[in-house]
Design a protein around this ligand. Structure first.
Ligand code: BTN
Length: 324
Protein backbone atom coordinates (compact mmCIF):
# COMPACT_ATOMS: atom_id res chain seq x y z
CA UNK A 1 0.00 0.00 0.00
CA UNK A 2 2.93 2.30 0.75
CA UNK A 3 4.05 1.84 -2.87
CA UNK A 4 0.56 2.77 -4.08
CA UNK A 5 0.68 5.97 -2.00
CA UNK A 6 4.08 6.75 -3.50
CA UNK A 7 2.80 6.09 -7.02
CA UNK A 8 -0.12 8.48 -6.51
CA UNK A 9 2.18 11.12 -5.06
CA UNK A 10 4.46 10.78 -8.08
CA UNK A 11 1.53 11.16 -10.48
CA UNK A 12 -0.09 14.18 -8.83
CA UNK A 13 1.67 17.45 -8.16
CA UNK A 14 -0.39 17.94 -5.01
CA UNK A 15 -2.98 15.55 -3.66
CA UNK A 16 -5.15 15.74 -0.55
CA UNK A 17 -5.16 13.03 2.10
CA UNK A 18 -8.86 12.59 1.46
CA UNK A 19 -8.42 12.01 -2.27
CA UNK A 20 -5.60 9.53 -1.61
CA UNK A 21 -7.72 7.69 0.95
CA UNK A 22 -10.69 7.41 -1.43
CA UNK A 23 -8.50 6.45 -4.41
CA UNK A 24 -6.76 3.69 -2.49
CA UNK A 25 -9.69 2.58 -0.33
CA UNK A 26 -7.93 3.20 2.98
CA UNK A 27 -8.44 5.59 5.90
CA UNK A 28 -6.81 9.04 6.07
CA UNK A 29 -4.90 7.84 9.13
CA UNK A 30 -3.47 4.98 7.07
CA UNK A 31 -2.45 7.46 4.34
CA UNK A 32 -0.72 9.60 6.96
CA UNK A 33 1.15 6.55 8.34
CA UNK A 34 2.39 5.56 4.86
CA UNK A 35 3.46 9.15 4.14
CA UNK A 36 5.46 9.18 7.37
CA UNK A 37 7.07 5.85 6.50
CA UNK A 38 8.09 7.27 3.11
CA UNK A 39 9.55 10.32 4.86
CA UNK A 40 11.62 8.01 7.07
CA UNK A 41 12.95 6.37 3.90
CA UNK A 42 14.20 9.74 2.68
CA UNK A 43 11.32 10.97 0.50
CA UNK A 44 10.67 14.65 1.11
CA UNK A 45 6.93 15.12 1.27
CA UNK A 46 5.50 18.47 2.24
CA UNK A 47 1.97 18.81 3.51
CA UNK A 48 -0.37 21.72 3.95
CA UNK A 49 -3.78 21.43 5.59
CA UNK A 50 -5.60 23.08 2.68
CA UNK A 51 -3.83 21.58 -0.36
CA UNK A 52 -2.59 18.20 0.78
CA UNK A 53 0.63 16.28 0.15
CA UNK A 54 3.33 17.05 -2.43
CA UNK A 55 6.36 14.90 -3.24
CA UNK A 56 9.28 17.35 -3.22
CA UNK A 57 12.18 14.95 -3.74
CA UNK A 58 13.02 11.26 -3.76
CA UNK A 59 15.91 9.80 -1.71
CA UNK A 60 19.28 9.35 -3.34
CA UNK A 61 19.76 5.87 -1.95
CA UNK A 62 21.33 3.33 -4.26
CA UNK A 63 18.49 0.83 -4.55
CA UNK A 64 18.68 -1.69 -7.37
CA UNK A 65 15.10 -1.04 -8.54
CA UNK A 66 15.73 2.69 -8.62
CA UNK A 67 18.98 2.37 -10.56
CA UNK A 68 17.31 0.04 -13.06
CA UNK A 69 14.27 2.27 -13.50
CA UNK A 70 15.65 4.64 -16.14
CA UNK A 71 18.79 2.77 -17.11
CA UNK A 72 19.47 3.15 -20.82
CA UNK A 73 22.11 0.45 -21.25
CA UNK A 74 21.83 -2.92 -22.93
CA UNK A 75 24.48 -4.80 -20.94
CA UNK A 76 26.02 -2.76 -18.13
CA UNK A 77 23.93 -2.78 -14.97
CA UNK A 78 21.49 -5.41 -16.16
CA UNK A 79 22.41 -7.34 -13.00
CA UNK A 80 22.69 -5.09 -9.96
CA UNK A 81 23.92 -6.01 -6.50
CA UNK A 82 23.55 -3.29 -3.88
CA UNK A 83 25.01 -3.28 -0.38
CA UNK A 84 24.66 -0.81 2.44
CA UNK A 85 28.19 -1.43 3.62
CA UNK A 86 30.76 -3.80 2.19
CA UNK A 87 34.47 -4.23 2.71
CA UNK A 88 35.15 -3.52 -0.97
CA UNK A 89 32.77 -3.69 -3.94
CA UNK A 90 35.83 -4.83 -5.87
CA UNK A 91 36.22 -7.98 -3.75
CA UNK A 92 32.50 -8.67 -3.86
CA UNK A 93 32.48 -8.33 -7.65
CA UNK A 94 35.51 -10.61 -7.91
CA UNK A 95 33.66 -13.36 -6.01
CA UNK A 96 30.70 -12.93 -8.35
CA UNK A 97 32.93 -12.99 -11.45
CA UNK A 98 34.53 -16.22 -10.26
CA UNK A 99 31.04 -17.67 -9.81
CA UNK A 100 30.26 -16.78 -13.42
CA UNK A 101 28.22 -13.58 -13.08
CA UNK A 102 27.54 -12.14 -16.52
CA UNK A 103 29.21 -9.30 -18.38
CA UNK A 104 27.94 -5.97 -17.05
CA UNK A 105 27.05 -7.10 -13.51
CA UNK A 106 27.58 -4.26 -11.06
CA UNK A 107 28.15 -4.14 -7.31
CA UNK A 108 27.32 -0.83 -5.62
CA UNK A 109 27.71 0.16 -1.98
CA UNK A 110 26.75 3.14 0.15
CA UNK A 111 30.06 2.85 2.04
CA UNK A 112 33.11 0.57 2.09
CA UNK A 113 35.07 -0.38 5.19
CA UNK A 114 38.13 -1.47 3.18
CA UNK A 115 37.89 0.40 -0.13
CA UNK A 116 40.97 -0.22 -2.28
CA UNK A 117 42.82 2.15 -4.59
CA UNK A 118 45.68 1.70 -7.04
CA UNK A 119 49.03 0.37 -5.77
CA UNK A 120 47.42 -1.27 -2.72
CA UNK A 121 46.40 2.08 -1.28
CA UNK A 122 43.15 2.47 0.58
CA UNK A 123 40.23 4.39 -0.87
CA UNK A 124 38.32 6.42 1.70
CA UNK A 125 34.66 5.53 1.26
CA UNK A 126 32.44 7.55 3.61
CA UNK A 127 28.69 8.02 2.95
CA UNK A 128 27.98 10.47 0.14
CA UNK A 129 30.35 8.90 -2.38
CA UNK A 130 29.65 6.55 -5.24
CA UNK A 131 31.42 3.19 -5.05
CA UNK A 132 30.80 0.74 -7.87
CA UNK A 133 32.56 -2.23 -9.41
CA UNK A 134 31.62 -3.38 -12.90
CA UNK A 135 32.32 -6.87 -14.22
CA UNK A 136 33.38 -6.80 -17.86
CA UNK A 137 33.97 -9.74 -20.14
CA UNK A 138 35.07 -8.00 -23.35
CA UNK A 139 36.27 -9.97 -26.36
CA UNK A 140 39.69 -8.42 -26.62
CA UNK A 141 43.23 -9.67 -26.69
CA UNK A 142 45.52 -9.28 -23.69
CA UNK A 143 47.56 -6.69 -25.57
CA UNK A 144 44.45 -4.52 -25.85
CA UNK A 145 43.53 -4.71 -22.15
CA UNK A 146 45.65 -1.66 -21.24
CA UNK A 147 43.26 0.51 -23.26
CA UNK A 148 40.27 -0.22 -21.04
CA UNK A 149 41.24 1.98 -18.06
CA UNK A 150 41.59 4.95 -20.43
CA UNK A 151 38.29 4.11 -22.11
CA UNK A 152 36.71 4.08 -18.64
CA UNK A 153 38.34 7.40 -17.74
CA UNK A 154 36.93 9.12 -20.83
CA UNK A 155 33.48 7.68 -20.09
CA UNK A 156 33.68 8.73 -16.45
CA UNK A 157 34.53 12.31 -17.37
CA UNK A 158 31.64 12.42 -19.85
CA UNK A 159 29.24 11.11 -17.21
CA UNK A 160 30.39 13.46 -14.43
CA UNK A 161 30.36 16.40 -16.82
CA UNK A 162 26.60 15.93 -17.28
CA UNK A 163 26.22 16.84 -13.61
CA UNK A 164 28.63 19.71 -13.18
CA UNK A 165 29.77 22.68 -15.27
CA UNK A 166 33.14 22.57 -13.47
CA UNK A 167 36.11 21.81 -15.71
CA UNK A 168 37.29 18.21 -15.34
CA UNK A 169 40.79 17.06 -16.27
CA UNK A 170 42.39 13.65 -16.52
CA UNK A 171 45.65 12.60 -14.92
CA UNK A 172 47.25 9.54 -16.48
CA UNK A 173 46.01 6.93 -16.51
CA UNK A 174 42.57 7.56 -15.05
CA UNK A 175 42.28 10.04 -12.21
CA UNK A 176 39.59 12.69 -12.60
CA UNK A 177 40.73 16.06 -11.29
CA UNK A 178 38.91 19.25 -10.42
CA UNK A 179 41.25 22.20 -9.97
CA UNK A 180 44.16 19.82 -9.67
CA UNK A 181 42.55 17.78 -6.89
CA UNK A 182 41.31 14.23 -7.27
CA UNK A 183 37.53 13.81 -7.40
CA UNK A 184 37.32 10.28 -8.81
CA UNK A 185 39.52 7.28 -9.49
CA UNK A 186 39.40 3.94 -11.25
CA UNK A 187 40.92 0.62 -10.25
CA UNK A 188 41.13 -2.02 -12.99
CA UNK A 189 41.75 -5.63 -12.00
CA UNK A 190 41.57 -8.68 -14.19
CA UNK A 191 41.90 -12.41 -14.55
CA UNK A 192 43.36 -13.82 -17.73
CA UNK A 193 44.52 -17.03 -19.31
CA UNK A 194 47.59 -17.30 -21.53
CA UNK A 195 46.20 -15.14 -24.33
CA UNK A 196 42.61 -14.51 -23.35
CA UNK A 197 40.99 -12.12 -20.92
CA UNK A 198 38.58 -13.92 -18.64
CA UNK A 199 37.12 -10.95 -16.78
CA UNK A 200 38.02 -7.45 -15.82
CA UNK A 201 36.58 -5.54 -12.89
CA UNK A 202 36.48 -1.78 -13.14
CA UNK A 203 36.15 -0.22 -9.71
CA UNK A 204 35.03 3.38 -9.81
CA UNK A 205 35.01 5.70 -6.83
CA UNK A 206 33.56 9.21 -7.10
CA UNK A 207 33.61 11.74 -4.27
CA UNK A 208 30.10 13.03 -4.91
CA UNK A 209 29.12 14.87 -1.74
CA UNK A 210 31.92 14.31 0.74
CA UNK A 211 33.21 17.02 3.04
CA UNK A 212 36.94 17.34 3.47
CA UNK A 213 36.49 16.48 7.18
CA UNK A 214 35.12 13.05 6.20
CA UNK A 215 38.38 12.20 4.39
CA UNK A 216 41.61 11.06 6.07
CA UNK A 217 43.85 14.06 6.89
CA UNK A 218 46.64 12.91 4.55
CA UNK A 219 44.48 13.28 1.42
CA UNK A 220 42.46 16.38 2.33
CA UNK A 221 44.79 18.70 0.41
CA UNK A 222 44.86 16.58 -2.72
CA UNK A 223 41.23 15.43 -2.90
CA UNK A 224 37.97 17.16 -3.63
CA UNK A 225 34.32 16.34 -4.13
CA UNK A 226 31.77 17.25 -6.79
CA UNK A 227 29.81 19.16 -4.14
CA UNK A 228 32.74 21.36 -3.15
CA UNK A 229 32.09 24.93 -4.27
CA UNK A 230 28.90 23.92 -6.05
CA UNK A 231 25.30 24.71 -5.25
CA UNK A 232 24.02 21.83 -7.37
CA UNK A 233 23.13 18.50 -5.79
CA UNK A 234 24.39 15.55 -7.77
CA UNK A 235 22.01 12.58 -7.61
CA UNK A 236 24.19 9.49 -7.28
CA UNK A 237 21.60 7.21 -8.85
CA UNK A 238 21.49 9.31 -12.01
CA UNK A 239 25.28 9.71 -12.02
CA UNK A 240 25.64 5.92 -11.84
CA UNK A 241 23.20 5.43 -14.73
CA UNK A 242 25.18 7.98 -16.75
CA UNK A 243 28.49 6.26 -15.95
CA UNK A 244 27.11 2.92 -17.14
CA UNK A 245 25.63 4.51 -20.26
CA UNK A 246 28.81 6.38 -21.19
CA UNK A 247 31.00 3.37 -20.46
CA UNK A 248 28.88 1.08 -22.59
CA UNK A 249 29.03 3.64 -25.40
CA UNK A 250 32.79 4.03 -25.11
CA UNK A 251 33.35 0.25 -25.07
CA UNK A 252 31.17 -0.08 -28.17
CA UNK A 253 33.14 2.69 -29.83
CA UNK A 254 36.35 0.82 -29.02
CA UNK A 255 34.95 -2.27 -30.76
CA UNK A 256 33.65 -0.49 -33.85
CA UNK A 257 36.14 2.36 -34.37
CA UNK A 258 39.21 1.22 -32.49
CA UNK A 259 41.15 3.12 -29.84
CA UNK A 260 41.92 6.26 -31.85
CA UNK A 261 38.74 8.31 -31.01
CA UNK A 262 39.10 7.43 -27.32
CA UNK A 263 42.78 8.32 -27.39
CA UNK A 264 41.89 11.69 -28.89
CA UNK A 265 39.23 12.36 -26.25
CA UNK A 266 41.61 11.32 -23.51
CA UNK A 267 44.29 13.68 -24.82
CA UNK A 268 41.78 16.55 -25.03
CA UNK A 269 40.94 16.08 -21.34
CA UNK A 270 44.49 15.56 -20.22
CA UNK A 271 46.03 17.69 -17.55
CA UNK A 272 49.58 16.61 -18.21
CA UNK A 273 50.48 16.53 -21.87
CA UNK A 274 53.16 19.08 -22.64
CA UNK A 275 54.05 19.35 -18.94
CA UNK A 276 57.16 18.23 -17.09
CA UNK A 277 56.37 15.30 -14.85
CA UNK A 278 57.86 12.66 -12.64
CA UNK A 279 56.59 9.10 -12.70
CA UNK A 280 56.94 7.17 -9.46
CA UNK A 281 56.25 3.48 -9.28
CA UNK A 282 57.92 0.23 -8.49
CA UNK A 283 61.14 1.25 -10.24
CA UNK A 284 63.35 4.36 -10.02
CA UNK A 285 61.37 7.59 -10.54
CA UNK A 286 61.54 8.82 -14.15
CA UNK A 287 61.44 12.50 -15.10
CA UNK A 288 60.57 13.95 -18.45
CA UNK A 289 58.04 15.85 -20.51
CA UNK A 290 54.72 14.06 -21.02
CA UNK A 291 54.29 14.24 -24.78
CA UNK A 292 51.76 11.61 -25.84
CA UNK A 293 49.60 8.58 -25.18
CA UNK A 294 50.24 5.66 -27.49
CA UNK A 295 47.80 3.29 -29.15
CA UNK A 296 47.78 1.03 -26.10
CA UNK A 297 47.29 3.76 -23.51
CA UNK A 298 50.92 4.03 -22.40
CA UNK A 299 52.26 7.46 -21.46
CA UNK A 300 55.14 8.67 -23.60
CA UNK A 301 57.77 10.75 -21.85
CA UNK A 302 60.48 12.73 -23.55
CA UNK A 303 63.47 12.43 -21.24
CA UNK A 304 66.93 13.98 -21.17
CA UNK A 305 68.66 13.87 -24.55
CA UNK A 306 65.32 13.59 -26.33
CA UNK A 307 65.02 9.89 -25.51
CA UNK A 308 61.44 8.70 -25.46
CA UNK A 309 60.31 6.39 -22.67
CA UNK A 310 57.10 4.38 -22.69
CA UNK A 311 55.41 4.31 -19.26
CA UNK A 312 52.88 1.58 -18.58
CA UNK A 313 52.47 1.91 -14.83
CA UNK A 314 53.05 4.41 -12.05
CA UNK A 315 51.90 7.64 -10.46
CA UNK A 316 52.46 10.88 -12.34
CA UNK A 317 53.27 14.19 -10.64
CA UNK A 318 53.83 17.61 -12.18
CA UNK A 319 57.28 19.05 -11.55
CA UNK A 320 59.07 22.25 -12.54
CA UNK A 321 60.44 22.53 -16.09
CA UNK A 322 64.02 22.47 -14.78
CA UNK A 323 63.67 18.77 -14.04
CA UNK A 324 62.91 17.90 -17.66
C1 BTN B 1 42.46 4.94 -7.38
O1 BTN B 1 43.40 4.63 -6.62
O2 BTN B 1 42.43 6.04 -7.92
C2 BTN B 1 41.37 3.96 -7.67
C3 BTN B 1 40.24 4.08 -6.69
C4 BTN B 1 39.13 3.07 -6.94
C5 BTN B 1 38.10 3.07 -5.85
C6 BTN B 1 36.94 2.20 -6.19
S1 BTN B 1 35.55 2.48 -5.14
C7 BTN B 1 34.74 1.11 -5.82
C8 BTN B 1 35.78 0.04 -5.99
N1 BTN B 1 35.94 -0.70 -4.77
C9 BTN B 1 37.15 -0.55 -4.23
O3 BTN B 1 37.55 -1.09 -3.17
N2 BTN B 1 37.89 0.26 -5.00
C10 BTN B 1 37.16 0.71 -6.17
Amino acid sequence: MKDAVLKSLKQARVVSGETLATELGISRTAVWKHVNQLRREGYRISSSPRRGYALDSVPDSLLAAKIAEHLQTRVLGREIVTCKEVQSTQDHAKTLALQGSPDGTIVVAETQSGGRGRFGRSWASPPGGLYVSIILRPSITLAEVTRIPLVAAVALVRAIQRHTPTELRLKWPNDVLIQNRKAAGILAEMSAEVDRLDWMILGIGVNVAITSAALPPDIRQTSTSLATGSTRTVQRVQLLRDILYELEGALEMLQTEGFEPIRKQWKDQSDMLGKHVMVAGKRQPIKGKAVDIDGYGALILECAGGIRQRITSGDVFRVGAAHG
